[in-house]
Design a protein around this ligand. Structure first.
Ligand SMILES: [Zn+2]
Length: 285
């Protein structure tokens, strides 16, 4: 069991072969940025930086790649510690754009959320985002590398996470090309609170219905659009980020998945709504 978007188990199992053949995974050197709808990689980090600095976030460079840096943006606060991550699959632009929209729109300075202790990684896979590919420039799915940490990107990302610490809530933004509705994974190590799932799905409902069952992304959902996932990886040596964080002690995570066959605007809107709904569910202590 592990949160994932595409590909399914068969593809994920093949990832081990890719590692063996391609190590030491140096990112490509001549990348011509691909256009993905309204997402244009060369413009993304500068736009995010301008908005984040305006809102008082501080930048940390986690690693450099041939397509640009992997950045973390932090703003300390006394409230719940929330970590947002996206762009680990380069062909899923709605997540990065949703975070950019939220930053530009002042979401993180809203009175309800401005005291949160924020950490944001808006683009974990620069070479993949530049190419418009799921994997990095070496064709490796970074979101299956949190156990082995063979890739420079994830080795550096884990080192940064271990220096930063663990959040109260982890939100991971993804997309799925095989679905028409919205769905999400929940990994919850504490009290079961089904109302959180209801709130997320209600918030997204103006844009997408909950993906129906009986099976979603290879899992039996607990309800429409809701995969209630154990803190165990489907494939033991191919941990995604959400499994790594839960194994490290993060008590609650949601992995949001929008249907990538739909237009980009409602996909980004759905991610924004889901993030807001999940944050509203947190205790304010
Ligand atoms: Zn994904």
């Amino acid at each position: 069991m592990n949160p994932r978007c595409k590909p399914k188990n068969k593809d994920a199992q093949n990832a081990g072969t890719a590692f063996a053949q391609r190590l030491p995974g140096k990112a490509g050197s001549s990348i011509i940025p691909a256009m993905q709808g309204d997402f244009h990689w060369p413009d993304f980090l500068p736009a995010f930086r301008e908005a984040a600095e305006h809102d008082g976030f501080l930048r940390t460079v986690i690693a450099e790649t041939s397509a640009g840096p992997i950045e973390a943006w932090l703003r300390r606060g006394s409230g719940p510690r929330v970590y947002l991550s996206t762009g680990i699959h380069g062909d899923e632009p709605a997540g990065p754009l949703a975070l950019l929209d939220l930053m530009k729109g002042g979401f993180f300075s809203d009175p309800e959320f401005r005291h949160f202790d924020w950490a944001i990684c808006p683009a974990l896979n620069p070479t993949g985002l530049a190419l418009g590919t799921r994997g990095n420039a070496d064709g490796i799915d970074l979101n299956r590398d949190y156990w082995n940490r063979h890739t420079p990107e994830i080795a550096a990302h884990v080192a940064w996470l271990e220096s930063w610490g663990w959040p109260d809530l982890f939100l991971s933004l993804h997309e799925d090309s095989d679905t028409s509705g919205f769905y999400f994974y929940e990994i919850n190590l504490r009290e079961d609170q089904p109302q959180r799932a209801d709130a997320i799905l209600a918030a997204v409902s103006p844009w997408f219905p909950a993906e129906p069952g009986p099976e979603i992304d290879g899992h039996i959902p607990r309800g429409p659009g809701w995969i209630y996932h154990a803190a165990e990886a489907d494939l033991p040596e191919h941990w995604p980020e959400a499994i790594y964080l839960s194994k490290s002690g993060c008590p609650l995570s949601f992995t949001f998945e929008t249907p990538s066959s739909a237009p980009l605007a409602p996909r980004t809107a759905a991610h924004r709504a889901a993030i807001q709904a999940a944050c509203k569910q947190l205790p304010q202590a």
